[in-house]
Structures are given as C-alpha cells and as structure tokens.
Design a protein around this ligand. Structure first.
Ligand SMILES: Cc1cc2nc3c(=O)[nH]c(=O)nc-3n(C[C@H](O)[C@H](O)[C@H](O)COP(=O)(O)OP(=O)(O)OC[C@H]3O[C@@H](n4cnc5c(N)ncnc54)[C@H](O)[C@@H]3O)c2cc1C
Length: 278
C-alpha cells in the first residue's frame, strides 16, 4: 500500500506550523502511527504533510501547581516511564500499557492520540474522566478547551483546520483522588471492544465527583452520568442498572455484547475506585 503523492514541510515553530496549515489540504504529522496508516490505505490524501517533530519544547511532562502538563509531542513510551505521571496522573499511568504495542508507543504521541480522537482509544477517555483540558494554538493565538467540550463526533474535535494542539493538562492527583481503569480487547494491544476510565474523590466512606468515561461504545468517549450519581451513593449494582449507553454494533462486538461488557467493567472499576490508594 502506498500513499497518494504529498509535499512535505518540517515546521520549526508552532507559529510556522499554524501558518503552513493555512495551505490547502495540509495535515500535521506527529508520531505518524495513525496518520501514515490512513495515508497508506488512502483513507486520507493531504496535499501537504507538516512534520512537527522538530519543534522544540513540545515534549515535556511537568507538575505545574495543581495541574500536570504534558507536551503534545510527548511519546506514549515517555509517559509510561514518567515518575511525574505515575505519581500525579495515575489514571494515565494505568492506561498507557494498553495502547498498542511497544513500537507504537515509542513513536506515537499523546497530542496525536487526543487530536485523532479515535472513539476506542484510551487517552481521550482518560482526559474526559480526569476533567482535563488541552491547550491549542491557532491563527488567533492560544486558547484552552475543556475535555467536556473537545470531543464532538467520530474523529471530530473542537480543533479548527489551522489549530495545533500543544499541551494536555489534567488535575494532579491528591490524597482524596481515586482512579480506575479497565478494558476488554481481543488481544493485548488491540483497540478495546469496550473500555472504562474513571476518577473520583473520597468523601468519608463515599465517593464524590465521580466521572466515568467509557470508550469503544459510541462516536466519542461517553460519560455515564446516571451511573456516576448511583456510584457516588455507594450502590454498584444500581450504577450498573443506570448505565444508559447505546453502543452501535461494530466489527468487534454487537451492541448487546458491548452493553453487557460495560457492566462487567463498571463492577471492576468501582472496586478500584473504592480501594485505599490512588
Ligand atoms: C497497530 C496499531 C495499534 C494501535 N493501537 C492503539 C490502541 O490500542 N490505543 C490507542 O489509543 N491508539 C492505538 N494506536 C494509535 C497510536 O496510539 C497513535 O500513536 C495515536 O493514535 C496517534 O498519535 P500519533 O502521534 O502517531 O499521531 P499521527 O498519526 O501523526 O496523527 C494523527 C492525527 O492527529 C493529527 N495531529 C497529530 N498531532 C497533532 C497536534 N499536536 N495538533 C493537532 N493535530 C495533531 C494529525 O494531523 C493526524 O490527523 C495504534 C496504532 C497502530 C499502528
């Protein structure tokens, strides 16, 4: 399989990438782990690829006050090995080993995964579960978009045609934070049939601020708000009953099977949320 012909430019700064995106049919190239496959299968045929890998300063991981900031070009493998992520963003640490295989995680970037917004991907669901946000640079300057407002439809986000996602921010875990993660895939490393990323805070013996973000069940990661409320009141079976997901059939599983698996995952994740440590 070969891609359709395209021109190639290597951007040296975010501003240059934004300017180049103003050209017709241009696309950013980050880790290439999703884009190159879609070019080779001719699902996409941009006239210009803008390589952002040479832009300095887009790949750090740091705790800034009460947030953890992850540069868009951070490779999955770097996040997987990061002490900052392990300590302050434990949900992302739990999700990382489920993303593809080692070779894919060596090249793929967190920014690319969020911008690509595959509905079965782990990181978009983690961003939503953590009530995170992304920083974006566009022709009118910088802006921040909350995860709740970012995922719009199938592979569709709030990014405009000339926007570059520059960083991902999630609240740093505190001693009250609890997280849970589980997915079911046919083989380890495959995209999930169904997955669940979750966060909450302990409030005495109960949970509060529960956020359940399912993936592989719709066009975007999906919050199960009725189940969140039931889980906050401590009733796991009521939370499972309150799941109102409506997944379409896909090549991996029927809608009915996905609904059943979502309940199985919710029971597992509820147990993790109720454990003592984040
Ligand atoms: C065999 C295989 C298995 C995989 N399994 C999984 C899996 O289980 N779970 C999972 O989540 N992913 C999986 N992936 C995808 C992988 O995680 C990719 O790394 C990720 O989806 C895209 O990141 P990337 O850096 O490679 O982006 P690219 O492929 O370079 O780009 C993807 C898209 O995002 C846009 N983009 C990239 N960076 C930016 C940016 N900073 N700002 C704006 N737009 C941007 C590009 O223009 C392009 O449209 C798999 C990939 C392969 C090949």
């Amino acid at each position: 399989m070969k891609p359709a012909p395209f021109a190639y430019a290597r951007a040296r700064s975010v501003d240059e990438a934004v300017a180049l995106l103003g050209e017709k049919d241009a696309k950013l190239l980050a880790g290439g782990q999703s884009l190159i496959a879609s070019l080779n299968m001719r699902l996409s045929a941009p006239a210009l690829l803008i390589d952002i890998n040479g832009i300095g300063g887009l790949d750090g991981i740091a705790r800034n006050g009460d947030m953890v900031e992850i540069g868009a070009l951070t490779r999955h493998a770097a996040a997987e090995r990061s002490d900052v992520i392990a300590q302050h963003a434990p949900l992302i640490a739990r999700a990382m080993p489920h993303i593809g295989h080692v070779a894919i995680r060596s090249r793929g970037t967190l920014g690319g995964s969020i911008a690509f917004a595959d509905p079965a991907a782990e990181l978009p669901a983690c961003l939503l579960a953590l009530n995170g946000e992304v920083e974006v640079s566009g022709p009118k300057g910088k802006r921040t978009i909350k995860a709740d407002d970012f995922f719009k439809g199938l592979f569709e986000t709030a990014l405009g045609a000339q926007d570059v996602l520059t960083a991902i921010r999630v609240p740093a875990a505190t001693k009250e934070t609890r997280v849970g993660f589980a997915e079911l895939a046919r083989r380890h490393g495959d995209y999930a049939m169904v997955g669940l990323a979750a966060s909450a805070k302990v409030d005495g013996k109960n949970l509060k601020d529960v956020r359940l973000a399912f993936f592989g069940v719709g066009a975007t990661p999906v919050r199960a708000k009725k189940a969140e409320a039931a889980l906050a009141s401590g009733d796991v079976e009521a939370a499972v009953k309150a799941l109102d997901l409506d997944p379409p059939d896909d090549v991996q599983a029927t809608s009915a099977a996905k609904k059943h698996l979502a309940g199985v995952l919710l029971r597992r994740v509820a147990k993790q949320l109720m454990e003592a440590r984040p």
